[in-house]
Design a protein around this ligand. Sequence first.
Ligand code: ADP
Ligand code: MG
Length: 486
Amino acid sequence: MPDLLPFWENVLVELATKIPKGKVMTWFMNSSLKEVNDTTATIITSRIFYEEFIKNHSKHILDILRKTYPAIQKIEVEVDGSLEGDNSHMSVDMKKLFAENSSNSSSSEKTTNVRKLPKQSSVRIKKGNETFISKMLDSNYTLRNFVIGEESQLAHAASQAVANKPGGAYNPLFIYGSVGLGKTHLLQATANEILRKYPNKLVVYLTTENFIAEVVDAIQKRKMEQVRKKYRQVDVFILDDIQFLAGKDRTQEIFFHLFNDLYNGKKQMIFSSDRPPMELELTEDRVKSRFSMGMIADVQFPDFETRLAISQVKASEAGVMLEEDVLNFIAYNTQHSIRELQGVILQLKAMIELTGTTPTTEKIADMLRKLNKGVDIKNNIMGVGIQSVKKISTMQELVEAVSEHYHTETDEVLGKKRSRMYMIPRQVSMYLMQKHFNASLQAIGDLFSGRDHTSVLHATKKIKKQIKEDPEFWKEIKVLEEGFEF
Ligand code: ADP
Ligand code: MG
């Protein structure tokens, strides 16, 4: 049996001669051929709503498969969400597959070409007698499209500083944080930026696994010293996910010497890891302490507001228009990583393209659950379908409605008492008046027993701050506002 992944790539390329290429690219994204037994071929895909499309086109797929497996009678489709994200290397890289085939015209030519495709998305860089193999940089990762939140501000600023002046003050730059929080994005963005500014610099970006593989190979060929000599020539050395050096003693040894060479030569080094340097499992403490010679910055899970900004950026990058509520919902319910957030947006995009409708929050909650097994998704945060909408024409009507919502008397809310049960609806009313009636601070103050404009300002600021910082409160205000029609 041929290796199924390249074989499957051939199938898709041929399929793209029968149905539009764009459709193949969308609907077979993250798909692969799981197995072929006597009469059945099993295709796996990461998304439930692709299943149907694949089934509907199984006749074409069967025709193609039968050229290699004449006995095949039927196609089965399985859905496996884990094909998304980290495991995506197990499935077809559509962009690459079709970009590299676009210049060919006949399908048989394409088929032969695909077999030759390199599996690794890497680039070869020649310098003198040496060939460096760097992982291909993703040009979609830039420092500009990285959304800066408090949690990542330092890491971003340090990356920018390194990009401006590689080998300068921040050497090495060490970025750590848990999975899906933008480390790889920052590393690649920095590499992209350096190359933009200094096209002649030799920038090598490797995953730690790539590096280990090269060292192991060199050990077998007794060429350890050569590896060190070779890498000494790079201007910028970037190693992603350095925690994988754990237990790799020989690689650590080379790494240590290389580190010193590069450091002394004022060559920029950038590392990422899932933990701070001191927690790395390295045999020698001197390796860890080397990391502290430059700049250490962490990335953490962003707050709600930053997540919302990220979802906006990701949606617009994906070219999909999503309602503010939907974006809010996604940002609110993303609980671990930005990769998860991005996954949902891409799924929504596909869903909108396929069905022509924007999915309900229920549907999105469903997706989030699938991506994120066992997580409690707040299905109804928008209060979808629970309340009727109340028409609000005047500020007076607004205070009444807000008071009713909080089960208090309007007179007290408008009055002077400072107990919490009146303060909250009072401040919320002021906030909503300013937002929806564009009322002046003084006009609002007048309505509330002739208060000073500064106390109205204070109240509205307080509410804005709380909405930003407390998702529960944001949700509450959201539900309230959705019940009103201004
Ligand atoms: P890590 O390497 O930390 O596991 P990645 O860099 O692969 O995470 O990030 C996962 C995804 O989330 C990427 O697509 C990245 O673009 C996106 N991402 C993470 N943080 C941000 C951010 N602050 N702004 C924009 N995109 C982000
Ligand atoms: Mg990463």
